[in-house]
Design a protein around this ligand. Structure first.
Ligand SMILES: NC(=O)C1=CN([C@@H]2O[C@H](COP(=O)(O)OP(=O)(O)OC[C@H]3O[C@@H](n4cnc5c(N)ncnc54)[C@H](OP(=O)(O)O)[C@@H]3O)[C@@H](O)[C@H]2O)[C@@H](O)CC1
Ligand SMILES: Nc1ncnc2c1ncn2[C@@H]1O[C@H](COP(=O)(O)OP(=O)(O)O)[C@@H](O)[C@H]1O
Ligand SMILES: [Mg+2]
Length: 282
């Protein structure tokens, strides 16, 4: 097993100056699915992060109740009703990266949306599974095995990981986590005070920056948007390094802001994305 500790070098390796003759199509299509009546904020935060981290075209599939909020706060993003299955399937056939789960909730309707997503996503796309959708993975692990894409990233916090693996918090050693991750045949970003990425090839990368100023609901939702935007727009040097850069940046920004802020809100992380990305672009 190769254990890597990430530094700012991972940002300069990935964030490149944009070609002059590029356009929105150059920087990828991201589809984010989630946001029930109770948790609209989660999908709005994820969508905001995807837009501000530079995805070219961003669509938010959510409850109709969230449409006005989305259009008001984030007019760059497109809306579809997540219960309009024909629109959802069409989006799933086109997206480069699909995020499912932030604020999705655990209703029967939500589970249906999760199953449709796993079945209908195009085989070239990456699927990022977060929040409520991780509980569906725990309840119906076969959805991963039969998923139409093999490029799957799970982003659990420690409790969500316990639900999926039955590993209690004190059993979650690197070795045990890796065994469980390899069985799932998915990349895992295991989030906590320290975050570790478990890759399919057996390598791991650890992010030991960030801190308790990030402990506000919505910080993980913001991470999924950044991951999606990075994978959609950066094709080099490789998906492993692109994922690592996204996860590192998500903690690096609040670490910088914490010098002058007691807490760093998720939406503030997103506000600073374009500025900090510019500083590291080479
Ligand atoms: N604005 C919105 O709309 C928001 C909506 N959201 C959406 O809500 C949905 C439910 O997601 P969720 O994560 O809140 O609930 P759930 O899976 O039950 O986990 C909570 C349990 O996990 C534990 N725990 C967590 N981290 C831990 C750690 N590092 N180490 C140890 N324990 C840890 C935690 O511990 P405890 O409180 O007991 O200390 C608690 O027991 C989901 O769709 C999400 O996207 C949220 O994103 C918030 C903003
Ligand atoms: N004390 C801490 N130190 C470092 N990072 C933290 C700390 N507390 C929370 N985080 C980060 O905040 C995020 C929380 O994710 P998650 O629990 O999914 O939040 P939510 O679902 O509310 O958006 C993770 O990226 C985690 O690493
Ligand atoms: Mg979460």
């Amino acid at each position: 097993m190769i254990l890597m500790i990430l530094t700012t070098q991972c940002l300069t390796n990935v964030i490149k100056k944009r070609p002059t003759n590029s356009h929105k199509g150059t920087f990828g299509r991201v589809l984010l699915i989630g946001g029930s009546l109770q948790y609209g904020g989660a999908i709005l935060l994820a969508t905001k992060a995807a837009v501000r981290a530079g995805a070219g075209l961003v669509t938010c599939a959510t409850d109709l109740i969230n449409r006005t909020a989305l259009n008001t706060t984030l007019p760059e993003a497109m809306f579809i009703n997540y219960l309009d299955f024909s629109a959802l399937k069409q989006q799933l056939s086109q997206a480069d990266v699909v995020v499912i789960g932030p604020g999705l909730g655990l209703s029967a309707e939500a589970f249906n949306i999760f199953k449709i997503t796993c079945q209908q996503i195009n085989s070239q796309a990456t699927l990022v599974i977060d929040g409520s959708a991780l509980t569906f993975v725990a309840q119906a692990p076969s959805c991963l095995q039969t998923c139409a894409t093999q490029k799957i990233i799970l982003t659990p916090h420690l409790k969500e990981w316990e639900r999926i693996t039955n590993l209690s918090l004190n059993q979650q050693s690197i070795i045990n986590n890796q065994k469980a991750q390899q069985k799932l045949s998915a990349t895992v970003v295991l989030k906590g005070a320290t975050t570790t990425i478990y890759y399919l090839d057996g390598h791991t990368a650890t992010i030991n920056i960030g801190g308790p100023y990030m402990a506000t609901g919505g910080t993980g939702d913001t991470l999924t948007g950044i991951i999606a935007a990075f994978l959609a727009q950066f094709k080099e040097p490789n998906p492993k390094e692109v994922l690592a850069a996204a996860v590192f940046l998500h903690s690096y920004i609040p670490q910088q802001l914490s010098q002058h802020n007691y807490v760093v809100l998720p939406s503030e992380i997103s506000n600073h994305l374009p500025n900090i990305m510019q500083k590291f672009s080479s």
